[in-house]
Design a protein around this ligand. Sequence first.
Ligand code: NAD
Length: 263
Amino acid sequence: MQIDLTGKTALVTGSTEGIGYAIARQLARAGADVVVNGRTEEKTAKAAERLRAEGAKGSVAIAAADVSTAEGCAALVAKVPHVDILINNAGIFQPIDFFEADDAVWDRHWQVNVMSAVRLSRAYLPGMQKQDWGRVIFIASESGFNIPVEMIHYGVSKTADIAVARGLAKRMAGTGVTVNSVLPGPTLSEGVEAMLADERAKTGKSSEELAAAFVKQHRSSSIIQRAASVDEIANIVTYLASPFASATTGASVRVDGGLIDSL
Ligand code: NAD
């Protein structure tokens, strides 16, 4: 199977690093014209430069905007009025105990993880529907099913992503537009690397070793017993974004290393 996305425009939110960057790179290598998004012009431009150096076949454009606000999403849509592929990836995760997590914590997770995707899907789906082809992919998480006790607010935001994706798939019924969610398990992104920084300094262990120890201790149902790489997530996203995945819609696709213990 040769995935060819030539002629398709793909917007990946939060794609200056982490899983988002890896998705942007895979889509660009498959020939898509990619729009990189991050909050600052500087980081976004740097990521675009890196993408070009790392084998992008299509064009690489930048659209800096904070997708956690309605104004930021509107500015993004004004810069990029039409996309064929929307990857709702931007997201935050902050471990805070339920009794310490105030309304601001809940609201921040809701705005970045859910409302960014709601607003952008509302803006881009009509154009996809009109041309009878489109792909919307929500980067949710296994935490949407296995609510993590150390960040209930995060788990709830990811459950919401899965629900919105399922609802939108049904809303697009009978068209060539598919909407799916992808559920990564623990993944060694820059965000996770940053969370492990103190532990790395304290123990002298590598991020891979620490992540594997975390998985074994706190996500013990993991079958692969390690964190995934960002490319392992990007692979499945690229397939779902391609014409080959035309009969998969309304699905929550796990890339969780077998962590969710259900059939
Ligand atoms: P990361 O922190 O490494 O990267 C996040 C990216 O989003 C960065 O480029 C950041 O600049 C951008 N971003 C954050 N807030 C933004 C905003 N308001 N506007 C625009 N850009 C913004 O994160 P990651 O680990 O790559 O996570 C990406 C997605 O994958 C998130 O939705 C996360 O919930 C999900 N996920 C991650 C893991 C994991 O273990 N890493 C597991 C499951 C799901």
